[in-house]
Design a protein around this ligand. Structure first.
Ligand code: PLP
Ligand code: COI
Length: 355
């Protein structure tokens, strides 16, 4: 399919790279493509960034038929732009589409569409240390019909946002609150898919945590409220007595690409990694007996983020002296080193924008 390009007449003034924050600024263009159950995907196009007209009865507004991805383009010191494991994101987008009965897009075509859009807005990939261009592809149902049914009309959109740090803390430790009332997902539900509804369900707990001065919540399993799952926008890892323990992917946790990358790096460094169920009680015990050495979250937006304090059942526990631990720092340095092209990528994770 040929991608049509309509360039914007008036280009925006680019924001100050030292104060980007996360997800506040958008580039000059966006990618759009329509889907119809009889025609399949059609009319891929890059057009000026702006509002999309939708029928008020569209499925997405009523029944939450929406999935998305989050990935980044990084500018290397030599000015070249590169992506990190983009095909993993596009494969996960397929899995999310399958779960929500939204139309699947061929991952190779997604790569082509994303590259075409980033090439048009290449000047928007920021240069400053620690900044990147966040890429948000999303697919939603646009049937003008109020019946609850699988989608016949859809739209794929890709938007781009120059970003700095996700948390105001940057690489400094964040404070996280264990949530024991609301749950994010259960097995058999949509937890493993990246769908908007998962995040809608998380907002009340997130608000409560924020009001108490915490950055995000740590979710527990939806059945027993006993086992640790993940944080609002990242997977979690705990270094207990020399072993890194991270919740196993049993259907309710998002299979993070940063998580997968950290596991690979740790194993290659000879650090034992266990993907298994980890209970809050085990964590409390590790805190009490001093074997919880480090805790951190990992995700595209958050990168690798040390956890300096955990609030469990209303009680704050300091982790690793509220400082970034040596293994967390090494993971951060290696991952960001590969992403920004400062160190070699022995894994084939990097895909350059230009061949
Ligand atoms: N868990 C949740 C709920 C997320 O939103 C994210 C972010 O995408 C992650 C985990 C980390 O996933 P990834 O490393 O693929 O960005
Ligand atoms: C990401 O890390 O890409 C995410 O999707 C997190 C997000 C919900 C801001």
């Amino acid at each position: 399919m040929e991608i049509r390009i309509e360039k914007a007449q008036n280009l925006k003034v680019k924001p100050d790279e030292s104060a980007l924050g996360f997800g506040r600024h958008f580039t000059d263009h966006m990618f759009l493509m329509d889907y119809d159950i009889d025609k399949g995907w059609y009319d891929p196009r890059i057009v000026p960034y702006g509002p999309i007209a939708l029928d008020p009865s569209s499925t997405v507004f009523h029944y939450g038929a929406e999935i998305f991805e989050g990935m980044k383009a990084y500018r290397r010191a030599d000015g070249q732009v590169q992506f990190f494991r983009p095909m993993d994101n596009f494969k996960r987008l397929q899995d999310s589409a399958e779960r929500l009965c939204l139309p699947i897009v061929d991952p190779d075509f997604m790569l082509e569409a994303m590259k075409a859009l980033v090439k048009v807005d290449e000047d928007w990939v920021p240069h400053k240390e620690g900044t990147s261009l966040y890429i948000r592809p999303f697919i939603f149902g646009a049937d003008p019909f109020l019946g609850v049914h699988t989608v016949h009309h859809s739209l794929l959109v890709i938007i781009l946002s120059p970003v700095g740090s996700y948390y105001k803390e940057g690489i400094n430790p964040v404070r996280i609150m264990v949530e024991d009332e609301d749950v994010r997902a259960v097995r058999g539900g949509t937890g493993y898919a990246k769908c908007g509804g998962n995040y809608a369900a998380s907002l009340r707990a997130g608000k409560k945590a924020e009001e108490k001065g915490y950055s995000q919540v740590l979710w527990l399993d939806g059945v027993e409220r006993k086992y640790i799952e993940e944080v609002g926008a990242m997977n979690v890892m705990f270094k207990i007595n020399g072993t890194v323990v991270t919740p196993a992917l049993l259907g309710s946790v998002l299979p993070g690409i940063t998580r997968r990358s950290c596991i690979q790096l740790l194993k290659d460094w000879g650090v034992p990694v266990e993907e298994r169920q980890l209970s809050v009680d085990e964590l409390k015990e590790a805190i009490a007996n001093g074997t919880l050495e480090e805790a951190f979250g990992c995700g595209t937006a958050a990168v690798v983020s040390p956890i300096g304090e955990l609030n469990i059942e209303g009680k704050p526990y300091e982790i690793a002296g509220n400082k970034i631990g040596p293994l967390t720092q090494k993971l951060y340095d290696t991952l960001t080193g590969i992403q920004w092209g400062k160190i070699a990528d022995p894994y084939g994770w990097i895909v350059p924008l230009h061949d």
